[in-house]
Design a binder for this molecule. Structure first.
Ligand code: SF4
Ligand code: SF4
Length: 166
């Protein structure tokens, strides 16, 4: 008797990349061995911070450009949807549908950002105590995105949180 085919991270992650793109986390922590490995590969300078700010500079919008040397937390991280799919709590189709919903709201947020404004600046505006009226569409789109990220990706889904990874 054959069992269910195990779900691999790449079944979901290759079409997602949300955790590299700066919408879920603000930065990720590097271990000492990450720093050593990255330095040896010429990807990290001695004396620089033991973290990667996100969006990750090694994310090209679809793929990790340093896959073989990526930090340990990148290799081990499982968002809520990936974990639930791998643990059999939801089907692969359901997981993909969740990620499509997240991607639609990410697209809506990115569309709301005016030309010339960076994403970190847009997030700073969206999370200000008082967002100027003409920037309210950015805030609304950001809140909608964060709500669905809390529901489907972050484990500590207690409202709008931006947190370290690792
Ligand atoms: S958010 Fe989840 S599914 Fe998307 S790339 Fe990260 S771990 Fe993979
Ligand atoms: S190193 Fe690669 S896997 Fe890790 S956050 Fe950057 S792009 Fe994503």
């Amino acid at each position: 008797m054959s069992g269910a085919v195990p779900i691999e991270p790449n079944d979901l992650c290759l079409d997602c990349g949300m955790c590299c793109g700066g919408h879920v986390f603000t930065h990720l922590a590097l271990t000492e061995s990450d720093c050593d490995r990255l330095r040896a590969a010429g990807l990290h300078q001695a004396g620089t911070q033991d973290r990667f700010d996100l969006p990750c500079r090694f994310f090209d919008g679809a793929r990790c450009l340093i896959y073989a040397s990526r930090p340990a937390v990148c290799a081990s991280y499982r968002c809520k949807t990936l974990a639930q799919a791998q643990d059999g709590a939801i089907s692969l189709d359901e997981a993909k549908e969740r990620l499509r919903k997240v991607a639609r709201l990410r697209q809506a947020f990115e569309t709301a950002i005016p030309d010339g404004m960076t994403m970190p600046n847009a997030i700073a505006l969206a999370t200000r105590e008082e967002t100027p009226k003409h920037y309210l569409p950015i805030r609304l789109a950001y809140v909608a995105l964060q709500v669905i990220i809390d529901r489907h990706l972050r484990e500590d889904g207690d409202g709008i949180v931006r947190q370290r990874m690792g």
